[in-house]
Design a binder for this molecule. Structure first.
Ligand SMILES: NC(=O)C1=CN([C@@H]2O[C@H](COP(=O)(O)OP(=O)(O)OC[C@H]3O[C@@H](n4cnc5c(N)ncnc54)[C@H](O)[C@@H]3O)[C@@H](O)[C@H]2O)[C@@H](O)CC1
Ligand SMILES: Nc1ncnc2c1ncn2[C@@H]1O[C@H](COP(=O)(O)OP(=O)(O)O)[C@@H](O)[C@H]1O
Ligand SMILES: [K+]
Length: 514
């Protein structure tokens, strides 16, 4: 990802990074007054574009989020709307800029009361911004409860109040918005659940912060997009042959054979030149019958791990996947561990999924110590909890670490030395060097048995073609989401590799030809 330039629109800013960006903007000569005026105008414009004239209630909080609210109220009133404004806090404690816009509001300033909702068609939630760190209490909390109950449409300023913009966690309770307008760049909490599910449509408004302020910040978090990795995507060479596209090796167990078959086929679909599936002799015929383009190698009974090691002596096997259907019952677990360690000791690119991760639940350090080359681990939350029990319980990062998927994935990558793909609706891809990507294109249709095995195969296929583990993981997760969208409702895992060519064709049109 040599090309990840800092000014990419995909950069995500935590609340404190956003604060630093604001400060740098001021140093660069953009006054806070202008930022606040632009923020309020962006919200008012977005509202005017989406709703027709109605009775609006602007709920202003005690900080600068409330400051934006004063601006919105005035602009909507000027547009001929019927506007009421409620303020919670003390005028003396407002920032000078928020105070200035407070005084510019010439209408009545009302106290928070749920009765205000009686004649309200639309609420502007300018109570708290993305930097909130504790639960709402008192009148703000009562208001949120009433908003949830009455289901009045809400436009949120920056975030729906009560969402931690850095983690996406809900602090107490949050009333879901129909529209959220945030400023300059998205925050991780807009993409991570539960926050993501509460934002509604998300608009990112330019408020005049110069992009050059990003150069001063050591930003490490992005929203997944081909912009981040398309330049390193391994398209086949015009004069190439199959060995230029790598030879992937997949281990398959004897009981659940579908999982590793999906992985192998997916690796082929995404362009690995050759794929070999190595299977215990008992299951060899099953694999050999079911697979065509994928080659099937035999592993003799009771010496599967040794035979697998022998396959690894062929250095053309440049990327290895272990886990899908590898087996955990009784002796299988020991065998799975041996095969994982045999793969890792080669230092070649390795994908570890499913059973390959669970097999080390009692001794994760042995796994982490063995990782000395490019490695991608793809745990879902259950596997993650088994492999990283301390991270899930660690109190040190923040009070809501269990809710902080981004930090958990980062810590796991650092601890293990592997790129960690922490899967789910908001998959996080974290590198041991601190970089992280949040994926946002995956539809819920992907929540079906076997779709993770396909993802492992996509990563494997890209690794075989020489992509770096962080890029390969990000690209594969994005492709997986796109294919999910392409197939849509009714999707089964088998569909995913079969529909990949359509997604690749669109991707190629958009990103290969300048
Ligand atoms: N230069 C800037 O800083 C800009 C900020 N903007 C707006 O400013 C917002 C950030 O402003 P602030 O940092 O003032 O943050 P907030 O507006 O979220 O308010 C924080 C204030 O609320 C208090 N507070 C925190 N949690 C509370 C709780 N649970 N119950 C009661 N009070 C609580 C804090 O003590 C603090 O006074 C952004 O969300 C954005 O809307 C925009 O105006 C654009 C420019
Ligand atoms: N609600 C959801 N929205 C989008 N993607 C999802 C959702 N739930 C699961 N996924 C994706 O589906 C895949 C499921 O993988 P996994 O849990 O390993 O299942 P399996 O082992 O059955 O293949 C992962 O890539 C995950 O990110
Ligand atoms: K808000």
């Amino acid at each position: 990802m040599a090309h990840m330039h800092k000014q990419y629109p995909q950069l995500l800013l935590t609340a404190s990074e956003m604060g630093m960006a604001d400060k740098s903007a001021v140093v660069a000569g953009v006054p806070v007054m202008d930022l606040m005026a632009a923020a309020g105008k962006a919200v008012a414009d977005a509202v005017l574009e989406r709703w027709s004239t109605c009775s609006v209630l602007v709920l202003c909080g005690p900080g600068n989020n409330g400051g934006d609210g004063f601006v919105v109220a005035k602009l909507l009133q000027a547009a001929g709307w019927s506007v009421r404004l409620a303020f919670m806090g003390s005028v003396e404690k407002l920032s000078p800029e928020a105070a200035c816009f407070f005084h510019a509001w010439q209408g009545e300033v009302e106290e928070y009361s749920v009765d205000l909702l009686e004649q309200t068609d639309l609420v502007i939630d300018a109570m708290f911004g993305a930097g909130l760190t504790r639960s709402l209490e008192g009148k703000a909390r009562d208001m949120v409860d009433a908003l949830i109950e009455r289901e009045i449409p809400i436009c949120a300023v920056d975030v729906p109040s009560g969402i931690d913009g850095t983690t996406g966690a809900v602090l107490g309770k949050v009333a879901p918005a129909e529209l959220t307008v945030t400023f300059f760049r998205k925050k991780p909490g807009h993409l991570l659940f539960p926050g993501r599910g509460l934002c509604g449509e998300l608009v990112v408004a330019d408020i005049g912060i110069p992009v050059t302020v990003l150069d001063e910040l050591n930003l490490q978090t992005w929203e997944n997009s081909p912009e981040l990795w398309y330049r390193d995507y391994p398209w086949p060479r015009l004069d190439g042959h199959k060995f230029h596209r790598g030879h992937a090796l997949v281990f398959g167990g004897e009981n659940i054979t579908g999982a590793s078959r999906l992985t192998a086929r997916s690796a082929m679909r995404i362009g690995a030149g050759l794929v070999t599936l190595a299977a215990p002799i008992k299951a060899w015929a099953v694999y050999a019958t079911a697979l065509t383009g994928v080659m099937v190698a035999k592993l003799e009974q009771s010496q599967e791990a040794e035979d697998f090691e022998e396959l690894l002596l062929d250095t053309r096997h440049n990327a290895i996947a272990v886990g899908p259907g590898a087996g955990l019952a009784g002796f299988e677990s020991i065998r799975t561990r041996k095969i994982v360690l045999a793969a890792l000791i080669t230092g070649r690119a390795t994908v570890l999924d499913a059973d390959a991760l669970s097999a080390f639940a009692n001794d994760p350090q042995t796994l982490f110590d063995a990782i000395n080359g490019p490695c991608v681990m793809t745990p879902h939350e259950g596997e993650f909890a088994r492999l990283f029990p301390k991270i899930n319980k660690s109190p040190e990062i923040n009070n809501n670490l269990a809710d902080d998927k981004l930090t958990r994935a980062r810590l796991a990558a650092k601890q293990s030395g592997a790129v960690v793909v922490l899967k789910g609706a908001d998959t996080v891809i974290a590198s041991p060097d601190g970089r992280a990507i949040i994926n946002s294109n995956a539809p819920a249709d992907l929540a079906t048995g076997g779709s993770g095995d396909v993802l492992a195969g996509f990563i494997l296929g890209l690794l075989a073609q020489g992509m770096s583990p962080f890029d390969a993981a990000a690209a594969a997760v994005w492709m997986h989401g796109e294919v999910g969208n392409e197939v849509g409702a009714g999707l089964i895992a088998e569909d995913l590799p079969e529909h990949l060519p359509k997604v690749l064709a669109v991707f190629k049109r958009q990103y290969l030809s300048p």
